[in-house]
Design a binder for this molecule. Structure first.
Ligand SMILES: [Zn+2]
Ligand SMILES: [Zn+2]
Length: 63
């Protein structure tokens, strides 16, 4: 495989991985937010709602 081909495959792979991570906010497995997300809902804890507004996962609950 040529280097340029390899680099384009790598770029596509990284883009897919990046969008997958952004989609689920990197919740910790088993956290309140993770459980809510798996039910198609959002966690109702005040700390989690506040973090969600900033587009982040709650740092207290997702360690
Ligand atoms: Zn939560
Ligand atoms: Zn929280």
């Amino acid at each position: 495989m040529k280097l340029t081909q390899f680099l384009s495959v790598l770029a596509v792979t990284l883009a897919m991985v990046g969008s997958a991570l952004a989609a689920d906010h990197k919740y910790t497995d088993g956290s309140c937010c993770d459980k809510a997300a798996k039910k198609g809902e959002k966690c109702a804890h005040p700390c989690c709602v506040a973090a969600e507004k900033e587009g982040k996962a709650c740092a207290k609950c997702n360690k």
